[in-house]
Design a protein around this ligand. Structure first.
Ligand code: NDP
Length: 259
């Protein structure tokens, strides 16, 4: 795995919003970013789980975290606008947006994906990501060096049988990333990328591969050097890239030098 020693407190004064922060990789991001001094806005579906993460983060970096339960299945555009207003009331800008939440849903051949499962998966994985990005862009533009990270998957980069709506939703995320990255390139300093964490020891992975030995997989903690690097000033030149956490090497993602 990629090894990166982030400078102490390098996220001090940075405000970062993480979706899906109540569990798995998103929760690990919250705890890790808190250790580097970040102000955190944590979203998750379950208030109870978010409160546990809140307690852990408070113990690391008191007074710098807020939590907001939201169910992306049901949330409408006005809920995202309200969220943006509340962030704007508390912070000058948003320096990081980690769009990490998603649901796996039923995995069937396309022919047998129930229409309601398709719609629900698209609402949670795609629509929420679009709506939150749209609501937060004015705040990201106010940052001198904002990072927007869409969390993707290998099944969103090459189609795989039986991954149904989940796989297709991740293709949509890649499309959103590419479109937005090009739009941001000349009009802002916001850096937009997607990141595929790769198989990681979480509840979602266990749901997808129930027979797999979870101890054969990297943990969310193992991935954190990549996430921290992508928030660092060293990664400022990485933009519009579909990044893999597994075998991550920064050099692969910088634009080639101009002739
Ligand atoms: P987990 O299942 O551990 O966590 C998912 C998070 O998303 C939870 O915080 C959950 O909230 C939240 N969430 C799910 N549904 C909703 C909803 N309807 N509304 C709001 N929040 C919701 O997943 P991982 O940590 O494994 O995955 C994180 C990201 O990484 C995902 O985008 C996933 O697709 C991607 N990924 C993961 C891989 C892996 O092997 N783990 C591999 C490739 C990609 P709550 O806990 O409150 O329900």
């Amino acid at each position: 795995m990629f090894d990166y020693v982030a400078p102490a407190d390098f996220l001090e004064q940075k405000s970062i919003l993480i979706t899906g922060a109540s569990d798995g990789i998103g929760k690990c991001c919250a705890i890790t970013f808190a250790k580097y001094g970040a102000n955190l806005i944590l979203l998750g579906r379950s208030l109870e789980k978010l409160e546990q993460v809140y307690d852990e983060v408070e113990a690391i970096n008191p007074g710098r975290v807020s939590i907001q339960p939201i169910d992306f299945k049901a949330a409408q555009e006005d809920a995202y606008a309200t969220l943006a207003t509340s962030v704007a009331e508390n912070y000058d800008c948003l320096d990081g947006l980690i769009l990490n939440a998603s649901m796996l849903g039923a995995r069937n051949p396309i022919e047998f994906v129930p229409a309601d499962v398709w719609e629900e998966t698209m609402r949670v994985n795609v629509n929420s990501t679009f709506l939150l990005t749209k609501a937060m862009l004015p705040l990201l533009r106010l940052s001198r060096d904002a990072r927007l990270l869409f969390i993707s998957s290998s099944v969103g980069r090459k189609g795989r049988a039986h991954w149904g709506a989940y796989g297709v939703s991740k293709f949509a995320i890649e499309g959103l990333m590419q479109t937005l990255a090009e739009e941001m390139e000349k009009t802002s300093t916001v850096k937009v990328n997607s990141l595929n964490p790769g198989g990681t020891r979480t509840g979602m992975r266990q749901e997808a591969y129930p027979a797999e030995d979870p101890y054969s997989l990297p943990t969310p903690e193992d991935l954190m050097p990549v996430y921290l690097y992508l928030l660092s000033t060293e990664a400022q030149g990485i933009h519009g890239q579909a990044i893999d956490a597994r075998d991550f090497e920064p050099g692969k993602y910088f634009p080639p030098p101009k002739k």
